[in-house]
Design a protein around this ligand. Sequence first.
Ligand code: SF4
Length: 557
Amino acid sequence: MSDPRFQARRATQTEIPRTKRGEGQWALGFTEPLNKNEQSKKDDDPLNVRERILHIYSKRGFDSIDPADLRGRFRWMGLYTQRKPGIDGGKTGSLAEEELDDRYFMMRVRSDGQLLGATQLRTLGSISTDFARGTADITDRQNIQYHWVEIESVPEIWDRLAAAGLNTLEACGDSPRGFLGSPVAGVAADEILDGSSALAEIKRRYIGNPAYSNLPRKFKTSVSGHPSLDGAPEINDVSFVGTVHPEHGPGFDLWVGGGLSTNPMLAQKLGVWIPLEEVPDVWEGVIAIFRDYGYRRLRSRARLKFLVADWGVAKFREVLENEYLGRKLVDGTSPERAVRNGDHIGAHEQKDGRFYVGATPTVGRVSGTMLTALGDLVEKYAADGVRLTSYQKLVILGVEADAVPDLLDDLEVIGLSARPSNWRRSTMACTGIEFCKLAIVDTKQRASDLIDELERRFPDLDTPITVNVNGCPNSCARIQVADIGLKGQLVLDDDGNQVEGFQVHLGGGIGLTNGFGRKLRAHKVTSAGLDDYITAVVESYLDDRTEDESFAAWVAR
Ligand code: SF4
């Protein structure tokens, strides 16, 4: 049970400003559900659906599933229905959800910054092969995502995951989603401090805890003590960012209120210093503020970023300290990002003299056979294991120096590259129309084809340019923070026909170029014309740049 300080706050009748229309904040007494999602969560704790899946739905089949569970509470178990094949993007907004629903599921497995050993990788591989038609994607939240999962298979999958120390609990839904940790936590020579123990403790205490299973909206967490800010702290609801206090030493600053999608906002620094062992308590304070004061009227205004924007960081810190922690936090600060990004690609020496090796699949797409083969490589090289990254990549940790060249070659054989081109390294894509019910356009295959073509046209690009391809405005693959961000939509071709295409955002980034891409409304490109469009943009940049001028700086001129 949670610390009593963090019990949900509910004002008494006399405290409630009844005359004023509220935003559904529980702490102000607005506890009556204001929309159907809130009603569903109030009707039944979404965590309870686990038992129904195990004992009813998996035995009686898809048609036995209560629609309120199917399209609502299943998400708390990491399950979404996937898009029925053959429905084009033009129908996405016009069809009811049940018309888009397939009888198969997407299933998301959390990794939470954990080190995955050979056994865990083989387990993940076998689940893909046995139950998901060989599919598996690494998401930019360090999850493994399967497709084609049938409800009858779910208990067996959960059993196998549990035996490997993994689960799908609260991987989706209005809950504390999968955490981002530093892929090189505990091994990087330049690490400020290792946040792994804090992440593990947050998971142990709070995931699956009914105190936090009914949030206004999703809640994204990042904890990293690596100076590259490899946990993308700018775009999480709560981020603990490694910093060194001049008196107290290594610890974390707290950033809150980041998020993309509509109304994108970067997380704001509270300017505090938090020692490692206090991170779980402070995390609970932040999520409790979100639960109690978060806006529940409109889902489009429910993310923590809206509360932070309205309150400002000074009030947020005051409420955290006074109402939840019962003490003041130590003043501190955190650095700006020191390097461009933290994908950790390539071979890098660890602090113990061994190496970590970052490798990339293409746009995060792996497979059951690839995961199993990766497990075999971990065993062959007696490596410590693998962590996933927030850039749809992976890192193999604990490789002996003299084994690195052979490992790099073996990785290429199974379809992973530690020596990728810029385009393979710096392109991400969301799920897109292949499986996602919100998608308007194809993303994974389109991005993969784009990479092949750009590798042919710019084989020796000497500066990184990131390309993020999204199937709709939701920005799962971070439209606004790429050099070239692509937002899927229908556009008109030269003959006036509606076809798949993208709105282009140029010059975004996180880190050195902290900012959002400029949305160039006039820049809409058909999917078929994408290769030539990007070629023209990149050629203009290469011709026009001054020495060492980055793509984002060139766009901002
Ligand atoms: Fe689906 Fe849109 Fe997210 Fe892509 S950005 S995975 S299309 S919701």
